[in-house]
Design a binder for this molecule. Structure first.
Ligand SMILES: Nc1ncnc2c1ncn2[C@@H]1O[C@H](COP(=O)(O)OP(=O)(O)OP(=O)(O)O)[C@@H](O)[C@H]1O
Length: 578
């Protein structure tokens, strides 16, 4: 929590003024029972109507001043808390975007979403409540006690018994409910996770007719959440009757003792009413204090969860940058005895990967599912780092480039086509911010997307909805290819990114890449032999290892796995193709 409070640094003035105005409001509140006592003792006892009216006006004035102080305090605390929330959210988002794939895999996107939304909101609410109440409530409790002692020590002794008794009930209930609130929070996380999965996977759920099953699971988790919420609610509900019993007994005790004191002529009737008023003020503030502590506990728990994300350092960081401007090399990309073990995995997903790629070469990577094709290409832009061995571009270890330099050199089209809400042009310009319309057109042409984009209303200014839902799978894939190509990277990686294209479009795409991106080194990952068979070099992956490297023809004669893949997919004619 302490670390997180640094986000209040720009709101020092508001963070001081909010509690001060709350204290001022409390001071006026503490004066009201005294004025009331005077109304009774002087005005009513002496039948002095003008005094009663005067004192009532004083009370109204005190009320108005109190209200102004309260509104001012609310303004400052809201300003500080929302400013704090915004700064925290921005920093957290910036931090999350700096994390590497490994950390994001470990934490999980659903958890990150909860940290960014409900956890930050909870901390923000905590800050708001603390600024308003952490001085005010104790101030009223002690202030009311002191005022009571100045009225009459004997009667005020009731407070010495009542306040600890009330505190035990209020804080006891709080102690019981805090662990329950934590459980409620965890159940809420589960409901959020299921909601997210349910919404994201709505189409798959319907396709597999899993609605009932999914609803059953959702129902179970909301029931579970309700069970703990009810339990926490029941315990909290227990607080009111018990505190009111204590307060009523104490009020009776005060009236009993104070009546004796009044009979003895030590205090007046008005003072008795003031004592009773102080008693109610204390009760209200103790309840507020207990709620404040519950809110603080929740906020601290959420702050710890946010801090745990903040403490995660990106495992992949900038290199020295000395590699910038490294001279063109006879070898564009080279892997040397590279191994990759994912965090938490028991074994290497890739081992002993060694190969060289010359500038301008097209490299096909083929193999069964899970054989390590994506893992291999993901090491080039450093989405994951080699656990052993090295990966070099232009003779320089990828770890020596700054991430900016590296990601400039390498264009990646991932397996899953992800587009963002905005126009087609906006999405293509992710690849190159200042791309002209002609450059966008050229990229679309290479990606075989020009025809369908021209057919859309407004062409490149056609609006894509969230996640590209108004485009087909193949259209989305082609736009993600155009987005990578527009930058004209030195190395282009297509990770099974033409899987939704028909054979003719796939062939036209490869032809365009070959002809129009001369000098670009291209990695084509695919499970289709026809996609990679014309590559300058083909790498056959099997169980995380290279099973063969060569041209189509060489591999047909010397790589059993490649031959099997081809025999299952290609015609006799293609099998004999050179
Ligand atoms: N982020 C990850 N964390 C842990 N293990 C992973 C991760 N990504 C991949 N793996 C594991 O590494 C192995 C290789 O996976 P990879 O995705 O590289 O295979 P692939 O050949 O590209 O498969 P496909 O053709 O199905 O995409 C698999 O056993 C997979 O379970």
């Amino acid at each position: 929590m302490k670390g997180i409070l640094r986000y209040l640094k720009d709101y020092k003035k508001e963070s001081i003024l909010a509690p001060l105005f709350k204290m001022l409001e409390a001071t006026f509140e503490l004066l009201i029972p005294i004025v009331m006592a005077n109304v009774i003792d002087v005005g009513i006892a002496g039948r002095d109507i003008s005094y009663v009216v005067k004192m009532c006006l004083v009370m109204i004035l005190l009320g108005i001043i109190g209200l102004v102080c309260s509104i001012t305090a609310q303004y400052f605390s809201a300003k500080a808390a929302t400013g704090f929330g915004t700064a925290l959210r921005n920093d957290l988002f910036r931090h999350i975007t700096s994390l590497s794939y490994t950390e994001i895999d470990n934490i999980g996107t659903s958890t990150l979403l909860t940290r960014m939304t409900s956890d930050t909101n909870q901390v923000q609410t905590g800050v708001n409540m603390v600024l308003r109440l952490f001085l005010r409530s104790p101030f009223i409790v002690f202030g009311a006690m002191i005022m009571s002692f100045t009225i009459d020590v004997k009667s005020a002794m009731t407070f010495v018994v009542t306040i600890p008794a009330l505190s035990i009930v209020v804080f006891g209930v709080m102690a019981l409910s805090i662990p329950l609130f934590k459980k409620v929070q965890n159940r809420l996380d589960r409901v959020t996770l299921l909601t997210r999965e349910g919404l994201e996977g709505a189409r798959v759920i319907r396709a597999f007719n899993r609605q009932d099953k999914e609803f059953e699971e959702f129902d179970k988790s909301t029931d579970d959440l309700m069970k703990f919420q009810l339990l926490a609610g029941r315990i909290s509900a227990f607080m009111n009757p018990v505190t009111y019993v204590i307060i009523n007994i104490s009020t009776a005790a005060i009236i009993w003792i104070a009546a004796g004191q009044t009979d003895a002529g030590i205090i007046t009737q008005g003072k008795v009413v003031a004592l009773v008023n102080y008693m109610s003020q204390i009760l209200v503030e103790l309840i507020k204090l207990a709620n404040l502590i519950v809110t603080i506990t929740k906020a601290v728990a959420c702050a710890k969860r946010i801090n745990a994300v903040m403490d995660q350092q990106p495992s992949i960081t900038d290199g020295s940058g000395k590699a910038a401007g490294s001279p063109a090399n006879a070898v564009k990309v080279s892997f040397r005895d590279a191994n990759l073990r994912y965090a938490g995995a028991g074994a290497d997903s890739l081992s002993d990967i060694t190969f060289d790629v010359a500038p301008g070469e097209t490299v096909g990577i083929i193999g069964g599912t899970g054989s390590g094709k994506s893992s291999l290409v993901n090491m080039i832009p450093r989405f994951y780092d080699a656990s052993q061995g090295s990966v070099c571009i232009d003779g320089v270890d990828v770890k020596d480039y700054t991430l900016d330099e590296l990601r400039h050199k390498v264009g990646v089209v991932p397996q899953k086509a992800v587009l963002f809400a905005g126009t087609i042009a906006d999405n293509i310009r992710w690849g190159k911010q200042d791309a002209t319309e002609a450059e966008i057109d050229e990229a679309l042409e290479i990606a075989q997307a020009k025809e369908f984009v021209d057919g859309k209303e407004n062409g490149i200014y056609f609006k894509i909805t969230q996640g590209g839902k108004n485009l087909s799978g193949g259209q989305k894939q082609r736009l993600t290819i155009a987005r990578a190509v527009v930058r004209k990277p030195e190395i282009l990686i297509l990770d099974d990114s033409a899987s939704a294209l028909d054979f003719a479009t796939d062939a036209a795409l490869r032809k365009a890449i070959r002809e129009k991106t001369k000098g670009m080194t291209v990695f084509l990952v695919s499970q289709r032999a026809s996609t990679i068979m014309n590559s300058d070099k083909i790498i056959v992956m099997d169980d995380g290892q290279i099973a063969g490297i060569g041209t189509h023809r060489q591999l047909l004669s010397n790589c059993e796995i490649y031959r099997e893949i081809c025999q299952s997919q290609l015609s006799e004619e293609e099998l004999s193709h050179e």
